[in-house]
Design a protein around this ligand. Structure first.
Ligand code: GLA
Length: 393
């Protein structure tokens, strides 16, 4: 991202210079899917792709936002009137953040905002969380709200839950706010405690976006969450984190088939996450491969959130490298991306195999990124643009 260019654009849009800038990354989840809202475990890391928010406080209560990703569009609303939905999707995230910060009694005023993001959108790589966390970081810094990164993450999740109608868990916002360079984060979503697992230097994280158009994702997502809560209630526990597979099989007759299958995925996935963190620690790619293969199977058959395109990408990786790669769908499902962990020298084999087979079989063109586990939220107030640009480059 060219920060200097962003600051020049800010100045030309608002006829005034930015006071600060905040940035937060997208993420890729290595394992632990749909476990976060069941108080379970996840193992994501941040991507090198980030969303930047340059801002300047105003003297009134107007929020005026532009995005370099949507040239010519302007989102403007008053903080004195009730904040309601607007017409643009990206603009609604700005409204959602203002809405939850207001409802949590954080005192802030009007802002001029310029957003710019290179997080791939619609790929299940958490472009929304990157925006929510980056906006939260900007508000926190501009108005000295004294929030820590965990609180900024929780407010981002609340924006999804209370304003965007997506009953997501905390994984995306928490990793976007708290990630650290070169590490995967083992997050216990019950306590929100985090343990860092360095990514072994010989392993490449290959992210393959299926570019499959994602549809009806929110309603399907929310329905899965309801199924999980019902299954937990039928076992007499608050969340699926407290349940074992034995509990599940004992309560099977009281459950619908979907409740049973969703719960079986979550309970078994929690165990896989803990084993995968150990395998990563000991650089055991073969073990990781088994665990991620099983995770994908469970997501396909029990949680039912994969599509033929993501199943196909996983299969191409396995046919190409066998146990020398650990592959599964990643993120919210129904399309989106696949993660393939392999040795650096094998990346060209994966790229070749996918580019020669995927388009032919599925009629879609993939996009492939080799990920670097990056740093989470960074917010900087500045007097000197150049110094800031250096720091964020
Ligand atoms: C989306 C949600 C997360 C999580 C994942 C699935 O990314 O935002 O909270 O539930 O799906 O693991």
């Amino acid at each position: 991202m060219n920060i200097e260019k962003l600051l020049v654009q800010f100045e030309s849009l608002f006829s005034n210079s930015a006071e600060g800038i905040s940035s937060a990354p997208g993420r890729v989840n290595l394992i632990g899917e749909f476990t976060d809202y069941n108080d379970g475990y996840v193992l994501p890391c941040a991507l090198q792709f980030r969303t930047y928010v340059a801002y300047r406080r105003r003297n009134d209560n107007l929020v005026m936002a532009y995005s370099t990703n949507y040239p010519g569009e302007c989102e403007a609303f008053e903080l004195d009137s009730p904040i309601t939905h607007g017409t643009s999707h990206w603009g609604n995230y700005v409204r959602a953040i203002a809405y939850v910060y207001q409802h949590s009694n954080h005192q802030f005023g009007g802002l001029d905002i310029l957003i710019s993001s290179n997080v791939p959108q619609g790929a299940g790589l958490s472009s929304s969380a990157a925006l929510e966390v980056s906006l939260g970081g900007a508000l926190n810094q501009a108005f000295d709200l004294q929030l820590n990164s965990e609180q900024i993450a929780l407010l981002g999740q609340q924006a999804e839950n209370d304003f965007m109608n997506c009953q997501c868990g905390i994984m995306d916002q928490l990793v976007s706010a708290k990630a650290s360079h070169n590490n995967a984060l083992l997050i216990d979503c019950m306590s929100l405690s985090i343990q860092h697992y360095p990514i072994p230097a010989n392993l490449a994280l290959v992210v393959i976006n299926s570019n499959f158009p994602r549809k009806l994702v929110e309603s399907e997502y929310n329905q899965r969450r309801i199924d999980c809560m019902n299954a937990a209630a039928k076992m007499g526990v608050t969340t699926l984190r407290q349940a074992t597979l034995d509990d599940l099989y004992s309560a099977r007759d009281n459950m619908s088939i979907n409740e049973f299958k969703r719960a079986r995925h979550v309970i078994s996935e929690n165990q896989r996450v803990l084993q995968a963190a150990k395998a990563l620690q000991h650089d055991e790619l073969g073990k990781l491969s088994e665990l991620m293969r099983e995770s994908h199977r469970s997501l396909r058959e029990d949680f039912e959130v994969t599509v033929p395109a993501t199943d196909g990408l996983v299969e191409i990786c396995h046919h190409t490298l066998g146990k020398d790669c650990a592959t599964r769908m990643t993120g919210g499902g129904f399309g989106g991306a696949v993660i393939c962990i392999c040795h650096h020298e094998n990346v060209p084999k994966i790229v070749d195999a996918i580019s020669s087979q995927y388009l032919e079989i599925f009629g879609l063109e993939e996009t492939i990124y080799v990920a670097n586990a990056a740093e989470g939220l960074v917010s900087t107030l500045f007097e000197n643009h150049k110094a800031l640009a250096e720091q964020l480059r």
